[in-house]
Design a protein around this ligand. Structure first.
Ligand SMILES: C[S@@+](CC[C@H](N)C(=O)[O-])C[C@H]1O[C@@H](n2cnc3c(N)ncnc32)[C@H](O)[C@@H]1O
Length: 358
């Protein structure tokens, strides 16, 4: 009887929005046949212009948030199909890049290096042709003033050669260049504590299963006085006709749609991210909210989300730039034994002018 009632509930839920049928069938198929990421493409990272645009948008936004410290080491959460955004970071002057993903979607991206180097060499403006790409900028002109060191040095044949070798030899130092990639990653300890100047992600934080745990790991990786930036997409990722229809799914339906994937979307709204980063001890330097059109009504929300604020209900995207303060209070969320009450070991890089060149 209970099974029959659940079955009827399920059918009613699906009929409420026929667009739900596709993800539900997709999830059911995975329960039957298993899930494989093979051949799946998860973003835009196979395009050199996309990678260049994503990295430069983050770079501009974090510089505009007054992070002027040197950027030697960059980590990216969820690079997806390639490490092209990391390559863009290296070509802008960083020496180390670490990509961490939940699943390896990595495909061969050797061609991206020359293509991205060519974009820098031509001082190409930040590409705008990706209609859904955020964050938006005030100007898309080539941000020479925010690059590190000197363009000629960054793009020297010898240095590009070292980046090429590092791409072919992940985890092995090539001169001053080091590229690391880990998928899946489970432990914060995978990255050396307080070793990273910038952590960023593009369309990833809406997917991570546990946002507090993840922001906690990013906190551990960042040096004090350093910064993280995230563009987060709160839309339903095809689960419903309305952009915010995923907040109407009941838990069973959502579980079925997720199938056997290790993640789908976490359905955390904007305020949950802001709360998690602040609880961790980060200082939010910049937040840019993107509003979605009014669509689902409050009475359509699943009861788990019924207390959601109007602002959360209407926010479809968020960019945040967050500082790990130099003298930070101990993080309430740090794992036992963690030394998150960071005192500065070394120089205070925040607000220190960066050398510009070329
Ligand atoms: C929509 S794709 C975005 C890929 C890429 N950033 C881009 O802009 O094309 C989401 C990515 O987040 C990754 N992801 C999901 N959960 C994650 C986690 N807990 N840690 C790291 N990456 C995660 C996925 O594997 C996938 O690569």
């Amino acid at each position: 009887m209970v099974v029959f009632i659940r079955y009827c509930e399920l059918v009613i839920e699906i009929l409420r929005d026929p667009r739900r049928l596709r993800p539900i069938l997709g999830g059911l198929k995975q329960f039957a046949c298993g899930y494989s990421p093979k051949g799946e493409s998860v973003g835009g990272n196979m395009s050199a212009r996309y990678c260049y645009s994503v990295w430069l948008r983050h770079l501009v936004k974090i510089r505009q948030a007054r992070f002027l410290g040197a950027i030697h080491s960059v980590a990216e959460l969820g690079p997806g199909d390639s490490i092209g955004t990391g390559v863009a970071a290296l070509l802008s002057g960083a020496n180390e890049y670490c990509g961490l993903d939940a699943i390896s979607f990595l495909r061969s991206s050797a061609n991206l290096l020359d293509e991205i180097a060519e974009l820098y060499s031509a001082k190409t403006d930040i590409p705008e042709e990706f209609p859904d790409l955020l964050p938006k900028l005030d100007t898309y002109r080539f941000p020479l003033e925010y690059l590190q060191a000197d363009l000629t040095r960054n793009l020297s044949r010898a240095r590009i050669g070292r980046i090429r070798s590092a791409m072919a030899n992940l985890g092995v130092n090539q001169g001053e260049i080091l590229i690391q990639y880990q998928a899946p990653w489970h432990e914060a300890s995978i990255v050396r504590r307080e070793s990273v100047d910038v952590v960023f992600s593009q369309a990833v934080m809406e997917h991570v299963e546990d946002i507090q745990l993840t922001y906690g790991a990013l906190w551990q990786w960042l040096k004090p006085g350093c910064i993280m930036s995230h563009q987060i997409d709160f839309k339903s990722h095809g689960l419903s006709t309305e952009w915010n229809g995923h907040w109407t799914y009941n838990d069973l339906l959502f579980r079925i749609a997720k199938g056997r994937r290790p993640y789908l979307i976490n359905r955390e709204p904007m305020s949950a991210h802001l709360k998690a980063v602040r609880q961790q001890g980060f200082e939010v330097l910049d937040e840019v909210l993107v509003g979605g059109p009014q669509s689902i009504r409050r009475d359509q929300l699943h009861r788990r989300f019924k207390d959601m604020s109007n602002e959360d209900m209407s926010t479809s995207g968020l960019f945040i730039a967050c500082l790990k303060p130099v003298s930070s209070r101990p993080s309430a969320l740090a794992p036992a034994g963690g030394k998150n009450n960071a005192t500065v070991a070394g120089e205070d890089v925040f607000l220190r002018p960066v050398a510009t060149g070329a």
